[in-house]
Design a protein around this ligand. Structure first.
Ligand SMILES: Cc1cc2nc3c(=O)[nH]c(=O)nc-3n(C[C@H](O)[C@H](O)[C@H](O)COP(=O)(O)OP(=O)(O)OC[C@H]3O[C@@H](n4cnc5c(N)ncnc54)[C@H](O)[C@@H]3O)c2cc1C
Length: 465
């Protein structure tokens, strides 16, 4: 495969945005992603100023036969939005958001983050379902998108109305339920396999301006009781409340810290956001805040929707952390699964590593299986194994821990949330298992829009590369 450096002169004539090569100042910062374990050296980083630049980059990569990585906001933990040698088409400078408050429809460019989108939509008292902290809207809309209003309004991808797409042939087309409907279906959960999305049209909903947020930490050695308690509470949680249980370590410092003498101890956190009536949300989440007489640190209350969306983001912007995130969907929480989780909770090799149980149900479960590729929406929980640590010398121990726990949980699982895909160690097996009956149809769409697998670098690989 020729190196992208050899084709720089051809793209220079057709590209308007900045082009960064390995010898250019700022190249090392520009090739970095959110995850410090990702260390790839692209031949060219091309900052698009608009759709024409995206077409130019796609044409250059296809004609010259070099790898192409698509980067919107760079939150890919496995590092698919950067590549060795090839071209990274970077969309992070495309950040416009237009809100139609009457139709409650939002049009965004791909460089928009959750924080940017909320800032604009909340001016009109609206929100698009997104994530529980800051990351890229593009990856959420294409891969699923599980956030704080999921049980009321569904996934980000459920709220995708249309997308403008640059295909592998360099054509610009629209995908919606009326135009290129096969592509539209595939984009809603099938990830970056089929083209580069240059704008997203999304449905917004009335949310806020204030919401109720529960954040209560309990110091516990044995998480089994907490897991059972949470499982029962979830059965009667209203759709207005979306929540998770996090198995973590009592943190040091003043961020939701428990008494300092407990820092470093095992901890279980219940986190929830309730929209609509604040009083009703407070009432519904009271049991989470009143779990027995355990050591607790309760900092829940009423806050703005935008603040609730960013509540945990500070922790996640810590420079220099290394990550390995994987997941499974669980139809139920059996006693056997609880035993495994409680055991691994006490064996986490890093104090930053968490084991997170996200309650699904509500609008996620009610969403139409047939109209999108997002699979296993009827699972009760998504379990996220969130390996976070410092220092390359700790990579092996931390990745091994995550892999072991993932393997131990797979027997209780029905599929995986592919935006938390580990490092693709099982090739397309996870994609096949997760998409199940939909896999063959996805391959047909792939064959139609990207027959040569130009968009191979994705969280949702359909073909072995
Ligand atoms: C700190 C953090 C918090 C997160 N929180 C949540 C959360 O609350 N809920 C949740 O559901 N997920 C969450 N995620 C996972 C997140 O959904 C994915 O990492 C997602 O891919 C990030 O989007 P991005 O645009 O930043 O991705 P990028 O790193 O820019 O891209 C990742 C991949 O997405 C595809 N892609 C990106 N942009 C485009 C485009 N415009 N057109 C076509 N394909 C494209 C490409 O295949 C690319 O390789 C989180 C991740 C992190 C690191």
């Amino acid at each position: 495969m020729p190196q992208a450096t050899k084709i720089l002169s051809s793209i220079d004539a057709t590209f308007r945005g900045a082009l960064l090569r390995p010898d250019d100042e700022g190249y090392d910062a520009a090739r970095r992603l959110y995850n410090e374990t990702v260390d790839k050296r692209p031949g060219l980083i091309a900052y698009a100023t608009g759709v024409a630049d995206v077409v130019a980059a796609v044409n250059a990569a296809r004609e010259e036969g070099v790898a192409l990585a698509v980067r919107s906001c760079g939150y890919s933990t496995p590092g698919t939005s950067v590549c060795d040698d090839g071209i990274v088409i970077d969309l992070s400078r495309l950040t416009s958001v237009h809100v139609d408050p009457v139709a409650k429809v939002v049009r965004t460019q791909p460089g928009v983050t959750v924080a940017m989108l909320d800032r604009e939509t909340q001016v009109f008292g609206l929100a698009v379902p997104s994530g529980v902290l800051n990351c890229g809207i593009a990856g959420l809309a294409l891969g699923g998108g599980l956030g704080w209003v999921r049980r009321k309004f569904g996934l980000t991808s459920d709220n995708l109305i249309s997308a403008q797409v640059v295909t592998a042939a360099g054509e610009v087309i629209t995908a919606s339920k009326d135009e290129n409907a096969d592509l539209f279906w595939a984009l809603r959960g099938g990830g970056g396999n089929f083209g580069i999305v240059t704008s997203f049209e999304l449905q917004a909903h009335e949310v806020g301006p204030d919401v109720h947020m529960t954040v209560v930490n309990y110091r516990v050695d044995d998480a089994k009781e907490a897991l059972r308690y949470y499982d029962q509470w979830c059965d009667s949680a209203p759709d207005e409340v979306s929540s998770f249980l996090i198995m973590a370590t009592v943190p040091e410092g003043d961020f939701f810290a428990m008494p300092p003498e407990l820092a470093g101890d095992p901890d279980v956190m219940f986190g929830a956001v309730g929209i609509g009536s604040i009083e009703a949300a407070e009432q519904a989440t009271l049991p989470l805040r009143a779990w027995g007489d355990k050591d607790a640190y309760d900092i829940g209350g009423t806050l703005s929707y935008t603040d609730s969306q960013q509540f945990f983001s500070g922790e996640y912007e810590t420079e220099g952390l290394r990550h390995y995130w994987s997941s499974v969907f669980l139809p139920e929480l059996t006693d056997e699964a609880i035993d495994v989780l409680a055991d691994y909770h006490l064996r986490r090799p890093s104090e930053y590593t968490t084991i997170d149980l996200w309650h699904l149900g509500g609008a996620v479960a009610r969403g139409d299986e047939a109209s999108s590729t997002f699979a296993h929406r009827d699972a009760k929980y998504m379990l996220c194994i969130e390996g976070n640590w410092e220092g390359a010398d700790a990579d092996v121990a931390n990745i091994e821990f995550c892999r072991e726990l993932h393997a131990a949980m797979r027997k209780f699982a029905v599929g995986e949330y592919l935006n938390f895909p580990g490092l693709f160690e099982r090739g397309t097996q996870a994609t096949r298992t997760t998409f199940g009956d939909k896999f063959a149809r996805l391959l047909e769409v792939k064959e139609k829009y990207d027959p040569k697998n130009l968009f191979a670098l994705t969280h949702h690989p359909l073909l072995e590369s």
